[in-house]
Design a protein around this ligand. Structure first.
Ligand SMILES: Cc1ncc(COP(=O)(O)O)c(C=O)c1O
Length: 367
């Protein structure tokens, strides 16, 4: 199976290690186990339980405790399964429902899986770009027209990486109406759901649509990307297919990952509150900087951990990022890796002091 290079990963593989100021991270400052236990307490008790567990394959679909904890994030009875991160979740969904010749509509910019995997499976992939003038939300007329009456699957990501836009419930419901006409599935990658900046958690697509499929993970909302633990919530007929594919590429997730993920999710309010604090602090720094920086503009993000910065020069985003990194050690992600030119993707939720220094250096460099 041929597949396009994953451009964001290629960029990070080549340049991340050279960065002194990494302004491109999509995680809220990741937690160590020590920090996790400071937040949730009872370290000795929890550790002694996991230390005595035999490291066999564990519960194949994930432990009952983990299932209950994931279920608490949703208001739906749809079946769920656990996966190797959201990356494993998205991949499994697509492998399970897309066939050669199917029409797939992907709302971009987004995580590249959402258009490159369908393309590699032989789907006819149509892209619908989020519009800056709409606050990085889709043009609904355009989406409806592109979907037409023959789309098998719509892929979207809400809250959105990279723009930080959050689709309001009314918009999600309208997309569901377009999809219902033809029984189109909607895959909503919800890895940032829970990091809406105003604290109003978005509805999951599975709470709005009987053919909605949600993917999520521990990486962004819970700052535990190192657990490599994600999940899929999907209608039964889709889950039946997913389970078959999952047997070929997952078997189960690791017992420690399952255990620590359940613990973290059982304490979700504390972790989300820590993370929203960091996000709002970073966003204020970014917002003050954008106001003071004549060469840069943005649409202020409303959710997630990233934003797009528009720069007023004709230089390509790759050239800008390479020169900037070379001259200053400041690393952004060129948005051409996300099919957008003239923008940089920035993350603003990791290390606040590095964020401030990096932005100062960037301003000096811009002159
Ligand atoms: C929108 C989106 N989906 C999925 C992923 C993959 O997440 P995970 O670490 O859970 O595999 C990412 C990671 O950056 C992401 O931004």
């Amino acid at each position: 199976m041929k597949i396009d290079n994953f451009k964001v990963e290629d960029w990070f593989n080549e340049y991340e290690k050279l960065a002194k100021y990494d302004m491109a991270d999509t995680c809220v400052e990741s937690l160590s186990l020590e920090e996790l236990f400071k937040i949730i307490g009872n370290k000795e008790e929890h550790l002694s339980k996991i230390m005595s567990r035999k490291l066999n394959y564990g519960d194949i679909q994930g432990s009952g405790r983990l299932h209950n904890a994931i279920r608490s994030l949703y208001n739906t009875d749809m079946p769920l399964t656990v996966t190797h991160g959201a990356i494993g979740a998205n991949n499994l969904v697509m492998q399970s429902i897309i066939e050669r010749g199917d029409k797939v509509v992907s709302v971009v910019p987004t995580y590249q899986q959402h258009y490159s995997i369908p393309k590699s499976l032989g789907a006819d992939v149509k892209l619908v770009f989020l519009k800056e003038e709409n606050g990085w939300l889709p043009d609904m007329e355009e989406l409806k027209n592109v979907m037409g009456n023959d789309t098998k699957l719509v892929c979207m990501n809400n809250p959105n990486n990279p723009t930080g836009s959050v689709m309001p419930e009314s918009m999600l419901k309208q997309i569901v109406e377009f999809a219902q006409v033809n029984g189109t599935y909607i895959l909503c990658d919800e890895v940032y759901r829970g990091l809406e900046h105003n604290g109003d958690i978005s509805k999951s697509i599975t709470e709005l649509y009987e053919k909605g499929i949600s993917t999520g993970s521990m990486s962004k909302v819970f700052s535990l990307a190192g657990l490599r633990l994600g999940w899929i919530v999907a209608p039964e007929e889709v889950m039946d297919k997913i389970i078959i594919h999952r047997e070929y590429n997952t078997i189960s997730v690791s017992i420690p990952d399952d255990y620590f993920a359940a613990l973290a999710l059982e304490n979700k309010e504390k972790i989300i509150s820590r993370n929203l604090g960091k996000i709002l602090e970073g966003k204020k720094i970014m917002s003050d900087w954008v106001k003071s920086e004549p060469h840069i503009s943005w649409v202020e993000p409303k959710g997630g951990t990233t934003c797009l910065l528009k720069y007023n020069s004709s230089i390509s985003s790759v050239d800008l990022c390479k020169k900037l990194l070379d001259n200053t050690g400041v690393l952004f992600l060129p948005a051409s890796t996300l099919e957008m030119e003239g923008y940089l993707r920035a993350g603003y939720c990791s290390d606040v002091s590095k964020l401030k220094q990096g932005l100062e250096l960037f301003s000096e460099w811009l002159g």
